[in-house]
Design a protein around this ligand. Sequence first.
Ligand code: SAM
Length: 246
Amino acid sequence: MPKHKSLDHMVSDWINHWNNGSMAKFQVNHPHGKLEEHYDKYILGRKKAKIFVPLCGTMFDMYCLADKGHEIVGIECSDLAIKTFFSKHKLHYHQEHCDDVKGTLYKSDDGKIKIYCCDLFDFKLHLEGKFDVILDFGSMGAIQKEDLQPYADMMKRLMGDNCRHILECFVYDTNKYSDCHPNCFSLNDLQALFGDCCSVEKMDEGPNPYEDEFLTSEETNYQDNSFQQVYPQITGTAYFLIKPKV
Ligand SMILES: C[S@@+](CC[C@H](N)C(=O)[O-])C[C@H]1O[C@@H](n2cnc3c(N)ncnc32)[C@H](O)[C@@H]1O
């Protein structure tokens, strides 16, 4: 078992990954096909859904969903990632210190996109209230195993009554690769984490959509390494839909 790093240490590792350029290969420059395909399942006809994106990085869909009229609140520990997101989409923004999260709030001038630059676990319910949608794309996969239950408990607190939480994670054989990162989850794992007050269903499963991005990203120094070489265990991705029990 790897040693449990302190959260501060984890966050500074991520900030370093952004600063030394090694996160560039993970940036996707188009909407996520599965989010478009399953749009109705999480938007439920809402014209202005309030969407939470924990560990958002530069997730392209934040821009697309705001453009459709929805309200985005992201959390990301790297200032560089947040500034990259706003500049990529040519969005004017302003920033202000936020004591409550011991960090900075970045806000697009039209007010549709807010990204808190902080450790996720410093974010508090009273800052933005509850959400209609949670988009968890690689987020729960990225945190340490010891933090999974606190993470799930936080998502449950942030869910509004009719919230739809979409979770994307990688798929691999956990018998063969028992202690790998990023984390992957079975339906049973998610039911254990969320099942006390939510239902969980598997919505979809498919090939890994990031494989090609990894090779073709112009910004990366890693073109020579295929996704398969870096993450030999990963065979695909799975999508789960988590809803509060009524
Ligand atoms: C695997 S990436 C996911 C990116 C994004 N969801 C996407 O689809 O492109 C994880 C991101 O979370 C950020 N991060 C990791 N731990 C964090 C924490 N405890 N609080 C805030 N951000 C964190 C990292 O800097 C990184 O950008």
